[in-house]
Design a protein around this ligand. Structure first.
Ligand code: NAD
Ligand code: DAU
Length: 353
């Protein structure tokens, strides 16, 4: 048995592949285009593991996907591949439309073709799990209840609009063709291998580099943080026991204002790696121009996943954020390979024409 993971060289995808192979003996075909966000260093711990087959390629390449599905007799596809950074979607939405919408459509078409040719037993057992985000639900006021699965879609950025479109395509392939799909909508992840353009790894990196810690607007925007391996365990659970055609919200019940996240990071760094001059890293905090259309608050109600499938996160924000800071302190070379651009050299050498 084999699963196909797309986007498995990115932050969550690589954590998922590592986590999957730690829990299962089932092989993984890992299809990733290696955009700027894909980093084969994330998969270094799997070197020599015959259960992991890495393929560089595009989810939008239906012929490639069809070949991989047939060659490996894939029994489930987990779609992590996406353009994922909101700020980049504001600067240049085109890539988001291409990968998140057109790419997902082409992937679905390849999967539908393969799935419809399977025998009855394999067709019934097959799964397509689409990894999505809480951002499709839009922004909450401070006193509104957390997003549940019935919350209307109200995406506000080109990123979240493109993810919303992909969720609708996945839903339609179930409704129209009977494709056995599952969708997860998760809150903000953090942990190892998080690309240092996102808030938490960026702040850790800038703090250690003596640079300003940019806080957008007033810093009072709220996100609901989930340690990445808890997202992985939720996906494993939904894949194993989720009801076909359903969506499951995934979250950590850890609502935090951005400014408090940054203060917490500074306090942990002050303790674990104090500045040479004895000052707190908090003195590097710097308020900058707000993100256009910045969503004020996200909060996830993961009650359905807990009630129906018995999932609960293992980490609190306090335990997860400490582990995360420690991981970045222990893996400065990984960060340096990204910030110096070295991580792209392997891609250029390996795939030189
Ligand atoms: P990421 O940007 O770190 O990784 C994305 C990966 O997809 C990269 O390895 C990239 O090379 C690959 N990729 C991009 N375009 C591709 C294409 N056309 N074909 C094949 N591979 C391609 O993203 P992430 O933070 O790991 O997010 C993974 C998924 O989880 C995304 O779908 C995202 O929307 C969703 N999600 C992320 C979060 C979060 O907090 N990061 C929360 C909820 C949901
Ligand atoms: O909610 C899930 C989403 O979380 C995922 O779908 C996205 O793929 C993922 O990137 C993340 O989106 P955010 O926009 O919430 O993450 P980001 O780390 O970019 O920003 C977190 C918050 O911090 C947000 O309110 C913007 C703010 N921010 C971000 C950066 C990079 C700052 O204040 N300063 C910064 O420098």
């Amino acid at each position: 048995m084999t699963i196909l993971v797309t986007g498995g060289a990115g932050f969550i995808g690589s954590n998922f592949v590592i986590d999957w192979l730690a829990h299962h003996d089932e092989a993984v075909v890992n299809l990733d285009l290696l955009t700027y966000a894909g980093n084969v260093d994330n998969l270094a711990s799997l070197e020599g593991d015959a259960r992991h087959h890495f393929v560089r390629g595009d989810i939008g390449d239906s012929a490639l996907v069809a070949r991989l599905l047939a060659e490996h007799g894939v029994r489930a596809v987990l779609n992590f591949a996406a353009e994922s950074h909101v700020d980049r979607s504001i600067e240049g939405p085109g890539a988001f439309i291409q990968t998140n919408i057109v790419g997902t459509f082409n992937l679905l078409e390849a999967v539908r073709g393969y799935w419809s040719g399977l025998d009855d037993e394999a067709r019934a057992a097959f799964r397509f799990l689409h990894v999505s985000t809480d951002e499709v639900y839009g922004s909450l006021s401070s006193d509104a209840p957390a997003f549940d699965e019935q919350h209307r879609y109200e995406p506000n950025s080109p990123y979240s609009a493109s993810k919303a479109a992909s969720d609708h395509l996945v839903r339609a392939y179930h409704h129209t063709y009977g494709l056995p799909v599952l969708t997860t909508n998760c809150s903000n992840n953090y942990g190892p291998y998080h690309f240092p353009e996102k808030l938490i790894p960026l702040v850790i990196h800038n703090a250690l580099a003596g640079k300003p810690l940019p806080i957008y607007g007033d810093g009072q925007q709220i996100r609901d943080w989930l340690y990445v391996t808890d997202h992985c365990s939720a996906i494993r659970r939904v894949l194993a026991a989720g009801k076909l055609g359903e969506t499951y919200n995934v979250g950590g019940c850890n609502e935090k204002a951005n400014i408090d996240v940054v203060r917490t990071l500074c306090a942990i760094l002050d303790e674990l790696r104090p500045r040479a001059d004895g000052a707190s890293y908090a003195t590097q905090m710097s308020f900058v121009k707000d993100r256009p259309g910045h969503d004020r608050r996200y909060a996830i109600d993961a009650g359905k996943l807990e009630r129906e499938l018995g999932w609960r996160p293992a980490e609190t924000f306090e335990t997860g954020i400490r582990k995360t800071v420690a991981w970045y302190l222990d893996n400065q070379q990984w960060v340096h390979n990204i910030t110096s651009g070295h991580y792209r050299e392997w891609v250029e050498r390996q795939y030189a024409q």
